[in-house]
Write a protein that binds this ligand. Structure first.
Ligand code: BG6
Length: 483
């Protein structure tokens, strides 16, 4: 299957924080892959902007290194050179006067203009203000804002208000890179482009939903940020919340930015407050060859969670009575993210031999080995009577889609192209972010007030024992975490 690539309009993309980690790991390599695919037109320009003194040539060398680290072959030196030619650099002080005039000289009229704020959140406001003060932003200029978008509802609100002083909501692209993942978008395709699942997609037929986002990495190297955030703020408030929304939302009337975001917002507003007994926090200890969380975070007394599991309830017509179990953590057994929809038992058993019965489960594998699997009951082959067994109907995207299935674009590639296209569907609206914080804030406040301490767990495990109990006491169990 050959994927269609439609080039975007010519653009100037300014990457503030252009020498930073995100630019090196994601933005520049992602743009390069879009260039190779023919989606980034030859007239497009990327301008790195940061405090460091550097010229265009040095920035191109920086980008060449970044590409060499991450791009997976298939391109020749000529393609790399052609891409690098489209890169430039301006030394800019986000909070001062340095570089703004020069930046203004580099920007071209008549092309799409986008500014990526890949900088510390404390600078978002200053950048927005400077862009306007130097007349570098028109009514169609877009700004891209990275997470964390605030630390709680009050700070997110303040940030929204600051950005709103300088840019309209239609110009602000708040990134949650989970929305750019192919398989996350596939959730919507599976739900709304098939008649098969939607009639069963409610509390009458769905027993429970499990969402797991497990990582093997620890927090070494970013402990200073992470120790202030923890899994709740780092993963649940944004990425897992988005997954809940896409699973639980009503069908939007069209696949359009506000139609989709309105439906997601309704889900967030329908979430029941988390009761203390619905949340288990964990923190990894030291293991063979790996340091403990506290050592990684360089905080020997830290009570920050590197793991969290929870039972979430949605109080609306569709989902009342179907719990959503979520867990996410660092240093777990495997890097594996999936969503599993576990269906209820058939209302009546007609077969005598029912011991082998297992619930139907639709699992959507987000990463790695992206694909969809449906567990169904069938007759066990052979003449020995009507015995039942469960088999997977397995669709690996890599197998089903051939070469294109294996070559799944990185979330950032897709999202940056959406910014240029002016499509906000896969970006969070300001009210959505505030609503998500409004749900997480009281849970965090409750465990802080109670002096809750995270349960220790071993690196390479499935998290603390109490997380298993969270489901066991409901007569259910987590699926294995495996690649
Ligand atoms: C980031 C978090 O937003 O997402 C990280 O800050 C986390 O802590 C990462 O590791 C996970 O992203 P992915 O794409 O690797 O699942």
């Amino acid at each position: 299957m050959v994927s269609r690539v439609i080039p975007v309009e010519p653009f100037d993309l300014v990457v503030f924080g252009g020498t930073g980690d995100l630019a090196r790991r994601k933005i520049l390599p992602g743009l390069f892959r879009r260039f190779l695919a023919g989606q980034m037109p030859p007239e497009a320009r990327v301008i790195g902007a940061a405090r460091a003194a550097m010229d265009d040539a040095a920035y191109r060398a920086f980008a060449a290194e970044a590409i060499a680290e991450t791009a997976g072959g298939g391109d020749g030196p000529a393609a790399r050179a052609a891409f690098l030619e489209r890169l430039g650099y301006v030394a800019v002080d986000a909070a001062g006067t340095l570089g703004w005039d020069e930046l203004g000289r580099r920007l071209r009229p008549g092309v799409v203009r986008a500014c990526y704020f890949s900088v510390a959140p404390a600078l978002f406001g200053a950048l927005a203000e400077r862009l306007q003060a130097h007349s570098l932003a028109g009514p169609d200029t877009r700004i891209v804002v990275e997470k964390p978008f605030g630390h709680d509802r009050a700070s997110a609100r303040a940030l929204n208000a600051t950005l709103a002083l300088h840019f309209g909501e239609g110009q602000i692209y708040r990134i949650d890179h989970y929305l750019g993942k192919e398989t996350v978008q596939n959730l919507m395709a599976v739900r709304f482009a098939n008649i098969l699942f939607e009639p069963l997609w409610n509390a009458r037929f769905v027993d429970h939903v499990q969402i797991t986002v497990a990582e093997t990495v620890g927090v070494a190297g970013r402990g200073a940020y992470y120790d202030q955030a923890g899994a709740m703020r780092d993963m649940v408030q944004n990425h897992l919340m988005q997954l809940i929304c896409l699973i639980a939302m009503e069908p939007p009337h069209r696949f359009e930015p506000d139609a989709v975001r309105d439906e997601k917002l309704k889900v967030i507003r329908a979430l029941d407050p988390l009761a203390p007994g619905d949340v288990v926090r964990g923190q990894y200890g030291a293991g063979a060859g790996v340091a403990s969380y506290r050592a990684d975070a360089d905080n020997p007394a830290s009570d920050t969670e590197s793991f969290v599991a929870m039972r979430v309830r949605i109080s609306n017509w569709r989902w009342k009575g179907t719990p959503f179990y979520l867990r996410t953590g660092k240093r777990l057994r495997a890097r594996a993210s999936e969503i599993a929809i576990a269906f209820r038992e058939p209302p009546h058993a007609i077969f005598d031999q029912q011991e082998g019965w297992k619930e139907n489960v639709l699992s959507i594998r987000l990463q790695p080995n992206e694909g969809i699997n449906l567990r169904v009951m069938i007759k066990e082959p052979g003449p020995g009577g009507m015995r039942l067994t469960d088999v997977p109907l397995d669709m690996s995207f890599a197998t089903a889609l051939g070469a294109n299935g294996a070559d799944i674009p990185d979330a950032y590639e897709r999202l940056i192209m959406d910014v240029i296209r002016g499509n906000q569907t896969l970006f969070m609206r300001g009210d959505e972010v505030e609503a998500a914080w409004a749900w997480t804030d009281p849970a965090i406040a409750a465990w802080q007030a109670a002096g809750d301490r995270p349960r220790p767990y071993d690196p390479g495990s499935s998290g603390p024992e109490d997380a298993l109990m969270l489901m066991h006491r409901d007569g259910r169990r987590w699926r294995d975490i495996r690649e």
